[in-house]
Design a protein around this ligand. Structure first.
Ligand code: GLC
Ligand code: GLC
Length: 814
């Protein structure tokens, strides 16, 4: 069952009923100011950091689901009846309802009693404010007088403190009201120089800033006392819970409409000039006023919206494709890169499944996310790489997470996740292939953000490999540390205490448990380093890496091959994990994908056997399961993985992040049909028709789909902030469609289904627009390239001479 439809021409998903199985959200903002907005206008906003600079309140896990947001109430002043044009929070029936989630904006429209409302929410590019652009239309035959109330609840800035230290916060809330603008200035009197504001383009008939005055005793957002009675109280918050609510009265003749603009924003004054007049306690608004005036102007609002649209056209224009499959086109051209940008901006911090209070930026997560957005914002990718490298330790290891505001490593979680550093090699290589900006390797970067320890990034990368080489176990395979990519496979944490953290408990010495996955990742990363070393003319270093690659490969073939698939690991006792000898957890997805991607065992035909085993044992109609059989009980020697009920998360869930590794592996052995079939199983658009089962948004990937062992097999969770976005983008664009940046040019090497006749694509690469036409001449994947009409050897379209901006590529495959 569907709850809406894709409008590809407008790059929107249109939700046609408000009661979606879960709130279906969107993100606004691109630089510093961000907002989460659901299909019923729920969500919250923050400046840079969802914990420390949260503008508005949100109560997670609340009931009714998803209350707290950006609300408007329409009140019929003749009858006293009122409703929410966004359905929530009043939830009174609407005769028509649509929510259009677009790229960086959301438009919610509805009609009730012949009164139509349309609200467009967006953040103008690089601005620290959001616009609610509301239009009310009277479709009745007579005039209509209405009251329009707005409502937001201000958070007291630190979202953690806000829910834990309210004995204090209930005494600190302060506001100012000036004209049609409500200012939230809690703690501005002392050390904060920032404040929030909520402006309205109309003259006010009144306002409220004290939550309890607005709602009335024991009332909720669904029936505020003030809205019910049509009479604001002009309350000024002193402590308790500050809110912002404007009241405006509007009269509309038959067929008339009215546009009203609201602005919700963040502003920061210079500390020495924050009061006006100086010495008073009144916010200095002189710098802010011009911004408010600008965006309360309808012409400016439309211009800002147009520039948002143009920005996305440019970003998405870098890679566009036309195939015979609508799910591929829609995800590649619109939603997948969009989600990649959201993971770039938010990492794993703020979603409807991540509170914005907890995790910092993950080292491995951020490096992998980069693979999905580097082509769109290379400059910002560069900065991200250098930030990440600066949290590396001198040992070559890495802090598992760092804090976005300080950019410092997070001591609470620490390091010793032994896969972490290797991902930095992959992200840097991707950046270099995309940009050819070799200067990044010479950038001086400190270790642990400590001044005086700076070394070129190139040296950091060498330490990444050295870290693994210094930590090999009894079988010559890399030691796993606290965990590898699978955070929940904790082979050195024998945790017996309730509530103990699996991530930070390490009570075994760590000298035995080894990871075949890290071995695969090492080989993949080391091959990148060989290529880089050769380009830099460092042949001795390149040969040194080749020797280590061979020895790790040999160790995998000898001790990491189980007979029909790659083994997952050895545990603390040196026993196999992910082997046919195990009772449960006999085969895991990760080493099959990673080892084949690294090219291990290709010559010996092991790759095909491993992938056939994946197909036989792990593939399901809803995607590829992480391992089978699921763990049915808690294993002290395995850790968190066995803490989940069977079928959920890392315990045999369909962990979507690892699925594209198998898709890529399938293309490596030339099985385009299989690769694309797996691609479609988790492709959100292809799952739209089963939205009632899938439950999460049909336009973005979720981290997890419940596995075969789960009661709710096929049900997704944790949408939006997941490495799934980047890896699926890489799998489909670079491996299945096969258009892949390399140092010497653009490789065109599609491994597509046999029944595709071809496809066309446009890729802007290093400033050159490649127009690519792929034509199938036979069932195979052999390529002949014709560039600007001339046949060339190999599968690489070279970078043309300076000044040439367009290249036409014809690829014949068969
Ligand atoms: C989560 C983590 C990621 C990890 C994955 C598998 O998505 O953010 O770092 O690799 O789970 O455990
Ligand atoms: C939990 C989650 C896992 C995630 C980790 C991050 O273990 O199950 O998916 O990677 O937290 O710390």
């Amino acid at each position: 069952m569907r709850y809406g439809y894709f409008d590809d021409a407008r790059r929107e998903y249109v939700i046609t009923r408000p009661d979606t199985p879960l709130p279906w959200i969107n993100y606004l903002g691109d630089q510093d100011y961000f907002a989460l907005i659901s299909n019923t206008a729920g969500g919250y906003s923050f400046y840079r950091d969802a914990r420390l600079r949260r503008l508005t309140r949100y109560r997670y896990n609340n009931i009714p689901l998803d209350t707290g947001g950006r609300y408007l109430y329409i009140r019929d002043d003749q009858t006293g009846e009122f409703w929410s044009p966004t359905w929530q929070p009043v939830r009174r029936a609407l005769e028509s309802y649509t929510c259009r989630h677009g790229l960086g904006y959301t438009i919610i429209s509805s009609i009730r009693d012949n009164i139509e409302a349309r609200i467009r929410y967006f953040v103008p590019p690089s601005q620290n404010l959001e616009i609610w652009d509301a239009t009310i239309l009277n479709h009745r035959d007579e005039s209509f007088s209405l009251s329009l109330f707005s409502a937001v609840e201000f958070a007291l800035w630190d979202a953690w403190d806000d829910s834990t230290n309210f004995q204090r916060n209930l005494n600190t809330g302060e506001v100012e009201v000036d004209d049609s603008v409500i200012y939230h200035k809690t703690e501005y009197r002392e050390r904060r120089d920032h404040f929030a504001y909520f402006a309205c383009s109309e003259p006010l008939s009144g306002y409220d800033t004290q939550r309890d005055a607005f709602l009335g005793p024991y009332c909720g957002w669904d029936n505020p006392f003030v809205v019910e009675h049509g009479a604001p109280t002009n309350s000024i918050a002193h402590g308790w819970a500050p809110i912002g609510s404007h009241h405006t009265k509007i009269s509309l003749g038959p067929g008339e409409s009215k546009r009203i603009i609201y602005l919700l924003g963040y502003f920061d004054n210079p500390g020495e000039d924050k009061f006006d007049p100086p010495g008073s306690q009144i916010i200095n608004k002189r710098r802010l006023k011009p911004i408010i005036n600008r965006y309360l102007d309808i012409g400016q609002v439309d211009e800002a919206f147009d520039s948002l649209v143009t920005q996305w056209e440019r970003l998405l224009g870098i890679y566009q494709v036309e195939t015979s499959d609508e799910h591929t086109d829609r995800m590649v051209n619109i939603w997948n890169p969009y989600q990649c940008m959201v993971t770039f901006n938010l990492s794993r911090s703020a979603s409807y499944f991540e509170s914005g209070i907890g995790r910092g930026m993950g080292f491995r997560d951020s490096n992998q996310d980069l693979l999905g957005f580097v082509h769109m914002v290379p400059q910002r990718a560069r900065e991200r790489i250098l930030d990440l490298a600066a949290t590396q330790l001198e040992s070559g290891g890495a802090y598992h997470q760092y804090q976005p505001l300080t950019k410092k490593g997070n001591d609470a979680v620490g390091s010793n996740f032994n896969d972490d550093p290797l991902w930095l090699v992959l992200s840097t290589a991707a950046y270099l292939k995309e940009t050819a900006d070799w200067s990044i390797l010479d950038e001086l970067v400190p270790y642990e953000n400590t001044p005086g320890t700076e070394e070129p990034l190139w040296d950091h990368l060498q330490r990444c490999l050295q870290y693994t080489m210094d930590r090999l176990g009894p079988h010559g395979l890399p030691l796993i540390g606290r965990a590898d990519w699978n955070d929940c496979l904790n082979l050195n944490a024998f945790s017996k205490e309730t509530g103990q953290s699996f991530q930070t408990t390490t009570n075994m010495d760590g000298k035995v448990a080894e990871s075949v996955f890290i071995a695969g990742l090492f080989v993949l990363a080391a091959k990148e380093m060989v290529e880089l070393a050769e380009i830099r003319g460092l042949t001795t270093l390149a040969s040194h890496y080749k020797v280590t690659i061979s020895s790790i490969e040999a160790a995998v073939l000898k001790h990491g091959w189980d007979g029909e698939w790659f083994l997952r690991a050895y545990d603390h006792f040196g026993e196999e994990v992910g082997s046919h000898v195990c009772q449960e957890g006999q085969i895991f997805i990760e080493p099959q994908g990673m080892c084949v991607m690294a090219g291990i065992g290709l010559g010996k035909n092991l790759a095909m056997r491993a992938l056939d085993s994946v197909n036989k044992r792990l593939a399901s109609e809803h995607g590829i399961i992480l391992h089978q059989p699921a763990y049915t009980k808690y294993y002290l020697n395995l850790g968190e993985i066995s803490s989940y009920p069977p079928g959920y998360k890392e315990n045999a869930g369909i962990f979507c992040h690892a699925n594209p590794w198998i898709m890529i592996a399938e293309t490596v052995i030339g099985r385009g049909d299989q690769a694309h079939d797996y691609y479609l199983r988790i492709n959100p658009s292809a799952r739209e028709a089963i939205s009632d089962l899938h439950k999460c948004e049909p336009y973005v990937y979720s981290q997890m789909i419940a596995g075969r062992d789960a009661v709710a097999f096929g049900e997704a969770k944790n949408s939006w902030l997941t490495g799934t976005a980047a890896w699926n983008y890489v799998a489909i664009t670079q491996w299945i469609l096969g258009i892949r940046p390399t140092y010497s040019g653009l490789v065109i090497s599609p491994v597509i289904p046999k029944d595709w006749k071809g496809f066309s694509a446009v890729r802007v690469f290093r400033g050159v627009t490649y127009e690519i036409y792929v034509e199938r001449r036979g069932p195979g994947d052999n390529i002949s390239l014709i560039i600007n009409g001339n046949p060339v050897e190999g599968n690489t379209a070279p970078i043309p001479a300076d000044g040439i901006q367009k290249v036409s590529v014809k690829a014949l495959i068969g």
